[in-house]
Design a protein around this ligand. Structure first.
Ligand SMILES: [Zn+2]
Length: 388
């Protein structure tokens, strides 16, 4: 009896207002016809399994069109019922999820608004890509001691956005099979790099010429210096490195103030030999470098207030470094002559190593000798000349 009474006194069920065609169209276009639930991205114009084409979309309300519905609101519900800002294009599973009575508290208005915005921003970014934004992805894999990291192509493609890969294959240099115990290790690595870079970069056909590179590299410091020198700075390039804290190749910050690079002359010597110490990811004591360079050599240092491996947070920091590095080279050159020899002792992030190699102009700058920390025996050792 009681049940019957409630039914008869209940207000007449309201009909969901028709969403205007223009709003539906805008939803389809700005979502690119894909589910806007975070992480789903399912195409809604076809069945992913049978490939049958049909309209599989659902239009979900962030604030329900009735005040008693999911996230309903006495003031907003009727006002926002057909408002584009309040609507999401979703697949049927996620339409059910966001409106499920048991789950509705997990999906408040703020979170769903974020889902919608993120999705629409991503589509907008991808659609803004121009022909000139294409980049050739160069991946160099090597071992540092026994340490090796996988460089996944899809991670690289994600990191270069808003640029896009010029071709699916990319340019790959794999040095992991070259044994570091071999006496030929350094020369084998260098000849492999030269051969592959030459094949891809020295293309005569203008249409196939590489105009931009995105470089992802993991290898010992001397190899990266050499890679930079072989690539040169004629082709513009973005450099990426793996960030352990975020476990990603994306730069943690898009913009941040310079790390405070300083250049100082620690000791003025009488010979043409100059030790240039780069104390950035760690501190190198001048005394560590002394036994390797004979005679009364000068010592210069580029450093930051607290050298540490995580200081490099943004790609702008590489440009900041380049400025002080060039200043150091030109100061050494004017103080000690064009025939001076720079002995380079690096404790630097991998991308800075590549930049150090790229920035050197063989005919203009002094000769540079590269040293590296000997992981097995400790201390530094001479590896090779940057330009042979
Ligand atoms: Zn979905």
């Amino acid at each position: 009896m009681a049940k019957k009474k409630v039914k008869s006194s209940a207000p007449k069920k309201k009909k969901r207002p028709q969403i205007p065609r223009s709003v539906q169209l805008k939803l389809w276009v700005l979502s690119a016809g894909r589910c806007q639930f975070r992480g789903c991205n399912k195409p809604l114009w076809k069945d992913g399994l049978t490939l049958q084409e049909a309209n599989y979309s659902n239009i979900g309300h962030i604030v329900s069109w009735t005040e008693t519905g999911p996230r309903g609101d006495s003031r907003k519900s009727s006002k926002l019922a057909t408002d584009f800002k309040n609507l999401m294009l979703v697949c049927s599973a996620h339409n059910k999820t966001i409106d499920d009575k048991k789950l509705v508290d997990k999906y408040p208005v703020k979170l769903l608004t974020e889902f919608k915005k993120e999705h629409e921003d991503r589509i907008r970014t991808l659609c803004n890509i121009r022909e000139s934004d294409k980049s050739h992805v160069l991946i160099l894999k090597g071992k540092i001691g026994s340490h090796q990291i996988e460089i996944d192509e899809s991670d690289a493609y994600q990191a270069i956005l808003p640029r896009y890969p010029a071709d699916e294959a990319g340019i790959h240099i794999d040095l992991t099979s070259i044994s570091s115990d071999s006496t030929e290790f350094w020369s084998s690595c260098v000849s492999e790099i030269k051969q592959i870079v030459d094949r891809h970069l020295n293309v005569r056909n203008d249409r196939q010429k590489i105009k931009h590179l995105s470089v992802f590299a993991f290898a010992p410091m001397p190899i990266l210096l050499k890679l930079g020198q072989i690539l040169g700075d004629k082709i513009s390039a973005d450099l990426f490195q793996y960030h352990r804290t975020t476990q990603s190749w994306l730069w943690p910050q898009s913009d941040s103030s310079a790390p405070g690079f300083t250049l100082k002359c620690i000791k003025k010597g009488s010979t043409k030999d100059v030790r240039l110490i780069l104390s950035l990811s760690g501190k190198i004591g001048a005394e560590e470098t002394l036994p390797l360079v004979p005679g009364d050599s000068s010592v210069y240092e580029i450093t930051i207030p607290s050298p540490n491996p995580l200081f490099l947070q943004s790609k702008n920091h590489i440009a900041n470094f380049k400025e002080i590095y060039w200043k150091a080279i030109s100061e050494i050159q004017s103080e000690h002559g064009a025939d001076s020899v720079i002995h380079l002792f690096p404790a630097i992030p991998l991308t800075i190593a590549i930049e150090c190699g790229r920035s050197i102009l063989p005919k203009v700058h002094p000769k540079i000798k590269i040293y590296d920390k000997d992981v097995k025996h400790g201390g530094f050792r001479y590896i090779f000349d940057l330009v042979d």
